[in-house]
Design a protein around this ligand. Structure first.
Ligand code: LLP
Length: 420
């Protein structure tokens, strides 16, 4: 968790606010984010880039709630988007569209048109076929689309295979050995203007070496592309920096960038404009999910602690066997601990939130699932017709509701019964 998360007078607080009081007032499951923690995470990057020409584009897929986007927009961030819907969210919060970059392997023509008319900063293109379509769409609109090509540096980020993206054999980016030829092709197309180069090697990366290796590989390409007469104005180094979920020790953003900038300087690229696309590292540890213990169910092999949050709210354990710390909001020192599997109400064996956790709990207790700011609400679903949770943003002693709890009526609103 973030330093903004601490026990005071026997109760867990986020900034100045008691989480127990919030759970009582707003109900559970409930996501609560700390604005100070978000800004502190951002400040680590800003410090790392002090004195440089750098643009931080928050990868909003990590958490695209409007109240969260507002904080980053007001702090001067751009946004890394992956759909037209995400662009609509940037526009809704008044974000600077010139600081928007559009990633993703499957942009539709409609999404390209929307992004071109909004005037986004750059398209991160992931295939030759996409170059053709983007050029065609731009020409038809009388525009020139700024592009960078996502190159695959083929380094192993040493993270979960589902969130590793920079290796050969996954769907993202173009192969390192094809990159120069594809840049020459892009430069020849009438609707495109080469602006930069980009890479993204994976997510929840906790080691420095894959980043340094990727930077070397990307700079080799910059040299080759510029030698071929194509200017590369910016280097977009993607996102992926990990957070501490469970004794993870990722480098601090500023320490990592000190090393990367030293490499850029040493190779003579220190004055190039830099862009990055961090998601998890800006929001992951700024949020918690509060949940109530519904039932304790002792079993022959396992004891279950059944909570009111489930895989539809917190999908990461089911999808990636991910670990989230689970702690009591009001610790009880007088009760003995028992080992539980912490599970939700959804009708799937995969609906677990934590395994083999020692907890001193009883029904009615409130628990906090930590590191729940990133890839939780943004991946939440309505499975089992469960309404998505409410979300709060705390800012010192102030508490803002940024999403009300979803009702069954909300869920049925777009549906229609077959008429007779
Ligand atoms: N840029 C691109 C092109 C990306 O695909 C991603 C994440 C990011 C930036 C931001 O990466 P971050 O800084 O957040 O690591 N749902 C998974 C993570 C999927 C990441 C997808 N791409 C999880 O819950 O672990």
């Amino acid at each position: 968790g973030a330093p903004q998360l601490a026990y005071r007078q026997g109760r867990l607080h986020l900034e100045e606010t008691s989480l127990h009081a919030l759970a009582q007032e707003h109900g559970t499951p409930l996501f609560v984010y700390s604005k100070a923690a978000m800004l502190a995470a951002l400040a680590a990057y800003q410090q790392g880039f002090a004195g440089r020409d750098a643009q931080i584009c928050y990868a909003m897929k990590a958490n695209s709630s409007l109240g969260v986007l507002q904080v980053f927009a007001q702090a001067g961030c751009g946004f890394d988007i992956v759909s037209g819907g995400e662009l609509e969210r940037v526009l809704a919060v008044g974000g600077d569209v010139r600081k928007v970059i559009f990633s993703g392997v499957g942009k539709t023509r409609a999404e390209m048109q929307l992004a071109l008319s909004a005037g986004i900063g750059c398209f991160n293109v992931e295939s030759e076929a996409e170059l053709d379509v983007l050029s065609e769409v731009a020409v038809a609109m009388g525009q020139v689309a700024p592009v960078s090509i996502r190159v695959n540096p083929n380094v192993d980020p040493k993270t979960h295979p589902y969130i590793s993206t920079g290796l050969k054999g996954n769907k993202f980016g173009v192969a390192h050995e094809d990159a120069l030829r594809i840049y020459q092709y892009a430069a020849s197309l009438p609707g495109l203007k080469v602006a930069g180069i980009d890479c993204h090697i994976g997510s929840q990366i906790t080691e420095t070496t894959p980043y340094l290796d990727a930077m070397d590989r990307v700079l080799d390409l910059v040299a080759a592309i510029e030698a071929a007469g194509i200017a590369i104005d910016h280097i977009d180094f993607g996102g992926g920096l990990g957070i501490n979920y469970n004794q993870d020790t990722p480098p601090a953003a500023d320490a990592l960038w000190q090393l990367l900038l030293a490499k850029l300087d040493a190779r003579g690229y220190g004055s190039k404009k830099l862009m990055i696309e961090p998601g998890r590292s800006l929001i992951g540890n700024a949020g918690v999910c509060l949940t109530e213990v519904l039932y304790l169910k002792p079993g022959e092999q396992k004891n279950f602690c059944i909570i009111d949050a489930a895989m539809n709210d917190l999908p990461r354990p089911a999808m990636y066997q991910a670990f989230h710390a689970i702690v009591p909001v009001v610790p009880a020192s007088d009760r003995p601990e028992t080992t539980y599997d912490v599970v939700g109400p959804v009708c799937e064996s995969g609906d677990w939130i934590g395994r083999d956790r020692a907890l001193a709990v009883q029904a009615g207790d409130c628990l906090a699932v930590l590191s729940a700011g990133a890839y939780c609400m943004s991946m939440a679903s309505n499975y089992n017709t469960r309404g998505r949770a409410a979300e709060l943003l705390v800012d010192g002693t102030r508490v803002h509701v940024i999403r009300r709890r979803e009702t069954a009526a909300d869920q049925m609103r777009q549906e229609q019964q077959v008429s007779a």
